[in-house]
Write a protein that binds this ligand. Structure first.
Ligand SMILES: C[S@@+](CC[C@H](N)C(=O)[O-])C[C@H]1O[C@@H](n2cnc3c(N)ncnc32)[C@H](O)[C@@H]1O
Length: 342
């Protein structure tokens, strides 16, 4: 197999574990897929439940992906039913998935959506393929009341890509005491501690269910034994950060992604950033924002000016989706990263 063909399969596997919509998966061409050795690899790396469990996508997602792959092979002009075949293990996996009852819908509109493990692959090509972050979330979640933190948003994937694939991004985190605001699934916090050498990492969010999920399932699945150097804490902006005895814990840097989506929360966010600068030793706040609405983001920029914060836009764009090798995300809506300083 050529290096390019190998990369095509590595990319498909990485997208699959990130639960990318089956219609958007980069499925290699049928001439590659019809090779029994490639099918065997696809079975082992994607559909062999016994060895991959518990980090596997939901059954309905697995079924849709496997169906797309099989259809792609069989519908191709190169497919010769006399000569070619889909290997038995893949056909058995397909039959098993077909016979399962459908999963409950991704969210029932109530407070806790249906969750599944999502495995994110680091986009940095030089790193070994085993560099991952595992979250527990509801990938299909739309913006909704009270549950927006139960999925990792594009701004977090953009921030993660910037932090791990640029020297300046890595420098921001290496050896630092980092605090994340409104961390949601904790994706960026996990990245900073697991792969970017943060000295300590405090994941915070106002939603206690998210923090509990982070402190239990996420820390365990990412193999963190030492919960002193990484932990989650409930912190609702506008209330004091609950502390251990003694003086406030110092931090070097605060980070956040997709926190400027609603003008109503910006005053509280700015107040919190101001407290981090004055009372917690924070010297920089790094924020990635999806610019869905210019006015909302304008309110954040205006608030920074009111507080006399210095603000600088980071000259970084995510690669287009077709060139991404991990932390896959859409780039159609602009995402920007800013560094805010007192
Ligand atoms: C759009 S989500 C972003 C989550 C994550 N940073 C990401 O990009 O994937 C916004 C997050 O901010 C949290 N949040 C919103 N208002 C908050 C507040 N007043 N105090 C603390 N967290 C808040 C929500 O619980 C949610 O997890």
């Amino acid at each position: 197999m050529s290096e390019a063909e190998d990369l095509g399969i590595v990319r498909l596997v990485a997208q699959y574990f990130q639960l990318i919509d089956p219609k958007s998966l980069a499925i290699p061409p049928p001439c590659i897929l019809k090779r029994p050795s490639v099918q065997d690899r696809i079975y082992k790396e994607m559909f062999d439940e016994d060895s991959l469990s518990p980090i596997i996508p939901p059954a309905n997602y697995r079924l849709r992906v496997l169906k797309s792959i099989i259809t792609r092979i069989e519908a191709s002009e190169e497919w010769d039913p006399e000569e070619d075949e889909i290997i038995e293990s893949l056909m058995t996996a397909f039959a098993t998935l077909m016979s399962q009852p459908p999963d409950p819908s991704a969210t029932d509109g109530k407070s806790t959506p249906q969750l599944s493990f999502v495995k994110y692959t680091l986009p940095t090509s030089q790193t070994p393929r085993s560099q991952h972050i595992i979250t527990s979330e509801s990938r299909g979640l739309l913006y909704g009341f009270g549950s927006t933190g139960f999925r990792t948003w594009e701004a977090a994937l953009h921030l993660g890509t910037y932090l791990c694939s640029t020297e300046t991004g890595q420098e921001l985190i290496r050896g630092k005491r980092v605090l994340e605001l409104g961390a949601g699934t904790g994706f960026v916090s996990l990245l900073c501690k697991k792969h970017l050498h943060a000295e300590t990492m405090l994941m915070t969010d106002g939603n206690e269910k998210l923090v509990e999920l982070f402190n239990t399932t996420c820390l365990t699945e990412n193999k963190f034994a030492d919960t002193k150097s990484i932990q989650g804490k409930v912190w609702e902006w506008g209330t004091p950060l609950s502390q251990e005895e003694g003086s406030p814990e110092p931090f070097d840097i605060a980070i956040g992604a997709d926190l400027t989506y609603d003008t109503a929360i910006i005053p509280l966010l700015m107040d919190t950033v101001s407290i981090l600068f004055t009372s917690y030793g924070v010297k920089k706040f790094v924020l990635s924002a999806t610019i869905r609405n210019k006015d909302t983001f304008g309110a954040f920029l205006a608030a920074c000016r009111e507080y006399n914060f210095r603000i600088a836009k980071v000259p970084y764009e995510s690669p287009p989706p077709e060139d991404q090798m991990g932390f896959f995300h859409e780039t159609r809506i602009r995402i920007c990263t800013y560094i805010v300083e007192p």
